[in-house]
Design a protein around this ligand. Sequence first.
Ligand code: TRP
Length: 454
Amino acid sequence: MKDRQNIHGSWANRWIFILAATGSAVGLGNIWKFPYIAGENGGGAFVLVYLAFILAVGVPIMMAEVLVGRRGRQSPINSMREVAIESEHSPKWALVGWVGALAGFLIFSFYSVVAGWVLAYVAGMANGDFLDIGSEQAGKAFNDLLADPQALVIWHTVFVILVMTVVMGGVNKGLERATRIMMPALFVLLTVLLGYSMTTGSFGAGVDFLFHFDPSELSWDAVLVALGHSFFTLSLGMGAIMAYGSYMPKDASIGGTVLTIAALDTLVALIAGLAIFPIVFANSLDPGAGPGLMFITLPVAFGQMPGGQIFGFLFFVLVALAAWSSAISLMEPAVAWMVERFGLGRGPVCTLLGIVVWMLGLAALSSFNVGSDVALFGMNIFDFLDFITANVMLPLGGLFVAFFTGWVLKQKITEDELDIKEARIYMAWSFSIRYIAPIAVAAIFILNLIEKLG
Ligand code: TRP
């Protein structure tokens, strides 16, 4: 068995890996995006398709990313190259890592804008800005924030600095230390808030909306969105999990850890939905309100509930922590690669890449004010970045990783790394990675294309 050393360090143990990867997976995707896209796409049927993709496509691909990372022990770009060479294939497979690093930047640029809104709401909640406001005023408050480029730039800047400070610390003093503090805090906050939402909102309507299955409400568009989201929420398709896998201890089982991560991620998304939709229905708000859902509905509800100010504050702190621990994984692949390639320290690399990503973010946040006229394929810059990454780049990245591990890697390598004792389970993984995942992704792409052209 090849035993490479990772120059960046490695996680102290298997649990740190699980928590760090869960920190990457659980983010704005779960708390902000999942409820609003479920709302836009009709609820139950969408949720079921999304769950199926997590299990049939997401889990096997996550295992593939971790195994390539752990085998290569370097940044995704260099791991893909090394592992391809080890299997006597072209070093050009590194290209998948390159596209992934680019996707990381593009995602970060709009992610940071939304995280900035969250920070603004943490401050607003602490300030008592949302006490006793109605949904109209809440909508106005949100739109006023979007129309204020100066405020958006400030919060976006704060977020970029927070993220880069952690990444600068490196694997053990940055990522791992942040994980040890943020993840327990996240779980405590989530438990407190779930308990709170169960005693307040009208729970039944929310449950019904999320789990009522009506296939007639499902469009091809919704299937594509569900597929894209299963990649987005598990942080797949751009190398984030591959990078985290490269820091994973040799003796930890990949299958078990990945299932734990996927289960925790799904749980948080469903809990977020169960916290938000009851409030939406209790206040006769629109579940299809789009990206503003969390920022408009929740302040209204918190503003009227006993203890709402403190719980509202805690809620947005929770979302901020989740966004923070996710965003560090968007930058880690590119940072690790630059450190490897140029032998620079993390300080200069993070400063440089921080500036790049900060500028990209300016373009994303201008969509809501000065740049609202700019249209790319009929979308504003923010929506375009979201669409092109989540619905195109991530599924394609995942497709290549699946093809690579299923068809290009020597079987000896996948067997070594996965180390699955039961032949049947290995076969199941191998079947999904060779057939189910690539065919599902390709089919959905092609069917969508046909529908759009036809
Ligand atoms: N998974 C995170 C979320 O749901 C976002 C994220 C972090 C991500 N790293 C990623 C998405 C890598 C795609 C790829 O909010």
